[in-house]
Write a protein that binds this ligand. Structure first.
Ligand code: HEM
Ligand code: HEM
Length: 224
């Protein structure tokens, strides 16, 4: 058995909590974006996206090996050679993010900062009237990148014969022992999770409209 086939820890807990909270919050914000009644929930999820991305930028410098930008941000040459290896069905092995996936990830992190900031400006009536349209257009571009991201995850999982979604839950991927990380930074991961949950509880508490939207949708589904 080659030494690249061991199960090694690559994603620390903060990265995994960040990812699934981000996916939930982004989709939550996206699918509650239309109509004034859902706006409180939209804003709550949108601000969560912003907070998570700020954490991820810090973690990109302070996190464990594969979470660091320096480990996965690669030049165009490496992206090209990775894509060529995919086409030749002999995919290059990367213990962390592959160079092509990393491009989508950088796009999502960049737009994940921009979209909520534009939303906050619009919400607080700062700036020109068309800012809301710019916010919506860029949010839709971000949704497009999420779709590319999901397609990339499916294709890479198939070509690498490795379930990357499961790896984002467990933290383990196939690789050489030397590629693994030593600790999972559990305490920081739990803090990130508590910060997200605490924000939602606090927001719902101080904005009763959020709870009203939820109770109305529960009543509506009860009456169905
Ligand atoms: C709900 C369906 C989703 C699934 C199944 C999924 C799956 C994954 C997987 C498997 C990875 C790791 C890729 C690798 O091994 O290189 C990943 C990374 C990532 N995904 Fe997703 N994703 C989803 C939704 C999203 C959404 C909605 C966003 C953003 C708006 C997002 C942003 C990211 C980011 C930023 C990373 C990099 C993680 C990090 O290093 O912190 N994902 N995703
Ligand atoms: C990643 C997070 C976010 C996404 C994906 C997102 C997405 C969207 C989209 C697609 C629309 C257009 C809805 C339509 O077609 O009517 C919209 C509208 C809006 N969003 Fe967001 N948004 C996010 C974050 C935020 C935040 C943080 C705020 C405020 C604090 C915000 C405030 C608004 C407002 C006020 C509008 C209405 C704009 C207008 O009337 O022109 N959004 N958002």
């Amino acid at each position: 058995m080659s030494q690249n086939n061991e199960n090694v820890k690559v994603w620390d807990l903060p990265t995994r909590i960040f990812h699934w909270s981000l996916a939930l919050s982004f989709l939550g914000a996206y699918f509650t974006s239309e109509g004034r009644e859902l706006r409180p929930i939209h804003v709550m999820f949108g601000i969560t996206v912003l907070g998570l991305i700020i954490f991820r930028v810090i973690w990109g410098f302070a996190g464990t090996r594969h979470a660091r930008f320096a480990s996965f941000v690669k030049g165009p040459q490496q992206v090209k050679s990775y894509l060529q290896s995919l086409l030749a069905k002999t995919p290059e092995h990367h213990a962390g993010h592959n160079p092509a996936g990393a491009l989508a990830i950088l796009g999502l992190i960049g737009l994940g900062l921009l979209v909520p900031c534009l939303g906050l400006l619009k919400f607080n009536h700062i700036g020109p009237h068309w800012l809301g349209d710019v916010h919506a257009v860029i949010a839709n571009i971000m949704f497009g990148i999420v779709c590319v991201h999901l397609a990339g995850v499916v294709v890479s999982s198939y070509l690498h014969r490795e379930n990357l979604v499961r790896a984002m839950f467990s933290g383990f991927k196939k690789g050489a022992r030397s590629e693994g990380i030593s600790g999972t930074r559990r305490a920081i991961g739990i803090l990130v999770l508590l910060a997200v949950l605490g924000f939602w509880v606090g927001y719902g508490w101080t904005h009763p409209a959020v709870l009203q939207v939820f109770s109305t949708s529960v009543q509506t589904s009860d009456n169905d």
